[in-house]
Design a binder for this molecule. Structure first.
Ligand code: SF4
Length: 382
């Protein structure tokens, strides 16, 4: 187990986060790199394995104040499956009163009945994967819903009384103009989402789009275009009152910042269960196998379904703290720079070039600083 300095990680005595990976999708989007299978025939077994996995961690984490059902497509789960999952989680884990409970959903799965089940179970935040309000873009992205379907889903979610809704959108599609992107963004704002995640389309190796790209059959916008989309999005949403609190994430107020995802960026402990899920506990990180079959096989042998683990050294923790810090408006604690003249002078350079500013004892990236978030940590350590 690596040692951990509270100053280094910015660790707060915060409750842990619980992530549950739902490895099912109705169809596979050609850009997506998340682990999922397109058949639900193993769902029953998966739930049994989750129960066993949850039992293995009983008592390991004290309390959870967030639960995130991600995937995959958690909204594919039916009432019986969702109820069983919540029962097994409550049997093994302790939650604080009023935890943030998020469910990722596909617009096509949103029905009044499903929303009623969600509310009964305490789900209080819906993250809707819309991606675009333009039909041609949705088809390009291989999404199974239509723009009208996404609009109906948002209306139903509001109608069911959810007051914490996040909308996922994607920019930087081949040939997409700024006005086409702003069309989707404005349409999303018509529903006044409490939170927005705006991602640039990135194509990973091993995906259907990755193969097209390797064959030169898919041309993505160049870096400069990506920067323009990013800066325009940030200015546009900040002007409308959103806080640009992480490279891709915007919230209507501090209270609406994703409590769960913030744990990843603050090195707060979290447990992930299900195939492909990652966990972090006091400087140690581990991750599960990315195969439902393998996950089931290991669980049935009474083993944890681990693919790998690492204990972070002080140096790795420092680099990650800088990396996560520069991704968020929280920035990094200036105490990190004490006694490190090289880091101090880098911070001064970042300030002079308008990439960061000092506030409340922290070094905070500016909008332009966000664009360089990946490379800033490497500039600071040597
Ligand atoms: S983007 Fe979402 S719905 Fe599409 S394959 Fe990935 S996890 Fe499934």
């Amino acid at each position: 187990m690596g040692s951990k300095s509270p100053c280094l990680t910015g660790y707060l005595p915060e409750s842990s986060g619980l992530y549950l990976h739902v490895p099912f999708c109705r169809s596979k989007c050609p850009y997506c790199d998340f682990y999922s299978v397109t058949s639900m025939k193993e769902a029953r077994e998966w739930v049994h394995c989750l129960k066993r996995e949850a039992e293995c961690y009983r008592g390991f984490f004290q309390t959870f104040d967030t639960l995130y059902l991600g995937g995959g497509t958690p909204s594919l789960l039916n009432r019986a499956q969702l109820s069983e999952i919540f029962s097994l989680l409550h049997a093994s884990f302790t939650f604080v009163p009023s935890p943030e409970i998020s469910l990722e959903a596909n617009p096509d799965d949103i029905t009044q009945e499903k929303l009623a089940v969600c509310r009964e179970l305490g789900i209080n935040r819906i993250s809707l994967g819309v991606q675009s309000f333009r039909e041609g873009e949705l088809r390009f992205l291989g999404r199974r819903h239509t723009a009208a379907g996404a609009e109906r889903a948002l209306e139903k979610i509001r109608g069911a009384g959810f007051d914490n809704v996040s909308v996922d959108l994607m920019y930087g599609l081949p040939g997409q103009s700024m006005s086409q992107w702003l069309f989707s963004l404005k349409r999303a704002l018509d529903f006044q989402p409490e939170h927005l995640s705006c991602y640039e389309l990135t194509v990973e190796e091993g995906t259907a789009m990755g193969r097209l790209k390797a064959q030169n059959r898919l041309k993505l916008p160049d870096e400069e275009t990506g920067r323009r989309f990013f800066l325009t999005t940030s200015r546009f949403l900040e002007k409308r009152g959103y806080i640009h609190y992480e490279i891709s994430n915007f919230a209507r107020s501090e209270a609406l910042i994703s409590r769960h995802n913030s744990k990843y960026w603050k090195h707060v402990d979290y447990l992930g269960i299900g195939p492909g899920a990652h966990s972090f506990f006091q400087g140690k990180r581990w991750w599960n196998v990315r195969s439902l079959q393998h996950y089931r096989a290991l669980m049935s042998q009474g083993k944890l379904p681990l693919e790998g683990e690492e204990c972070l050294t002080e140096d790795q923790l420092l680099l990650e703290t800088l990396y996560f810090g520069f991704r968020t408006k929280r920035g990094i604690n200036l105490r990190l720079l004490e006694g490190a003249p090289h880091m101090e002078s880098c911070a001064a350079e970042l300030e002079e070039s308008g990439l960061a500013l000092r506030r409340d004892g922290r070094l905070i990236p500016t909008r332009r600083g966000f664009l360089l978030a990946e490379s800033l940590p490497l500039r600071m350590v040597r």
